[in-house]
Design a protein around this ligand. Structure first.
Ligand code: URA
Length: 433
């Protein structure tokens, strides 16, 4: 047998790792090669993990991040929505607790004449996943072919579905490694991960909701601002109209964190009710998306109030096999944590509530694990509310009551009650773009 000599690789992974380890800027060709070779399986996972750690520790310059993002886009397919009869706009949140905004937002923006191709993910750690939440609706399916997605965007105006395997496969592989190597929180890696998927998805406009606070990946205002600026620049360089809002994630959004409970709260918002913070952020983001898509002539608050957004929601759920009228699943067991004293609730920590929901079964502890549709947390008070000793404060939902103890542990020290009414805070911290 003759040996078919493989084409020699132009670089060596160790060379690229040591260059970044020693604080050097990577050459364009090194970046193109390392991302491509990792996708092909030539750069080993342990080598890519070492490079990710070097990037986390030493950072990347803007041109390096742009090149890395483009290399991740080039690893897969690009969708094309240019055949649609209306403009497209998408929103991406960097992840939070109780962040169900995508659910009312996508149909609301579609009801105002802009199509929303929302490729979403599953839960990651303590942060909930949009697809996991929607799967609590009987019959609803997350997987759609590209053709079906395009048809639904034209007919209904909004799609929330799983990103296909062909979109930025380099990111899928790298994300799985970062999740288990302590390298999630690197700004260049987060920015390129999010923006490679959004640019490859082909949206015309993009609004980023960058979360800041205990329940977010970015704990500090400065880091969140840097992440927002980096992503806005990447989007604009790729021809996508991009803006970012920095919003508070020190306390959960709304009164629910989990799966079915968040769907129920979203439906309340679409029906004209729901918690004020969820309604406010939904309408603010809708205005940003519509403006980015060139529609400043419509007010999303009207489409929420007159039921047009609810109509699109019902059609969007039905188009993906879901029954919008079916009752949502309810938990076999609930457990109530009550207020220990009279006063004002001054703090309710987002991370603790997220971890509690996760431990109740709303999230995964191993890749591919099934989540419980019923699992989650319902809040009976929010910071600023007056509470009385013994009144319900935090309600835990699960089908497996042995999970209550670990969820309660997560909530120990998560809230404070004081005599003084706390100052009101604004959840919108800054706008970039
Ligand atoms: N979401 C992503 O898609 N990627 C990250 O790196 C972090 C949040």
């Amino acid at each position: 047998m003759t040996d078919t000599a493989a084409t020699p690789e132009p670089f060596d992974a160790v060379e690229v790792i040591t260059a970044k380890r020693d604080g050097h800027r990577l050459a364009d060709e090194q970046i193109d090669w390392v991302v491509d070779a990792f996708t092909r399986g030539v750069v080993a996972p342990e080598q890519m993990s070492a490079l990710a750690m070097a990037i986390l520790l030493n950072g990347m310059e803007r041109p390096e991040i742009a090149r890395w993002t483009n290399a991740m886009i080039a690893s897969g397919e690009r969708l094309d929505f240019s055949s649609l009869s209306r403009p497209t706009a998408d929103k991406h949140s960097t992840g939070g607790v109780g962040d169900k905004i995508t659910l009312p937002l996508a149909p609301l923006v579609a009801a105002c004449g802009v199509a929303v191709p929302q490729l979403s993910g599953r839960g990651l750690g303590h942060t909930g996943g949009t697809l996991d939440k929607l799967e609590s609706i009987p019959g609803w399916r997350a997987e759609l072919s590209n053709e079906r997605m395009l048809a639904q965007l034209e007919e209904v105006g909004a799609v929330i579905c799983a990103a296909g395997a062909g979109l930025a496969p380099a990111d899928k592989k790298l994300y799985a490694l970062r999740d288990v190597t302590g390298t999630v929180e690197a700004i260049p890696l987060i920015a390129s991960s999010i923006m490679s998927k959004k640019i490859a998805e082909g949206t015309g406009a993009l609004v980023l909701d960058v979360k800041v606070g205990t329940g977010a990946f970015m704990k500090s205002h400065d880091d969140a601002l840097e992440l927002a600026r980096t992503m806005v620049d990447l989007g604009r360089d790729a021809g996508v109209t991009t803006t970012a809002l920095l919003t508070d994630m020190s306390t959960p959004l709304g009164l629910t964190a989990g799966n079915a409970v968040e769907v129920a709260e979203s439906v309340e918002v679409l029906a004209g009710g729901g918690p004020a913070d969820v309604v406010e952020l939904t309408v603010t983001l809708a205005r940003e998306m519509l403006a980015a898509a060139g529609r400043t002539d419509v007010d999303p608050a009207d489409a929420l109030a007159d039921g047009r957004a609810m109509d699109v929601w019902r059609r969007m759920i039905a188009a993906q096999g879901g029954d919008p009228d079916a009752p949502l699943p309810t938990p076999k067991e609930t457990h109530m944590i009550t207020a220990p004293s009279d006063g004002f609730l001054t703090r309710l920590d987002a991370l603790a509530v997220g971890v509690a929901a996760w431990r109740l079964g709303a999230g995964r502890s191993r890749p591919g694990e099934r989540v419980q549709a019923v699992a989650g947390v319902v809040l009976h008070a929010k910071p600023g509310d007056r509470v009385r000793a013994g009144q319900p404060l935090i309600e835990l939902h699960t089908d497996t009551p042995e999970r209550f103890a670990r969820a309660e542990e997560a909530l120990a020290g998560a809230f404070e009650i004081a005599a003084e009414e706390p100052a009101t805070t604004n959840s919108l911290i800054a706008r970039v773009g």
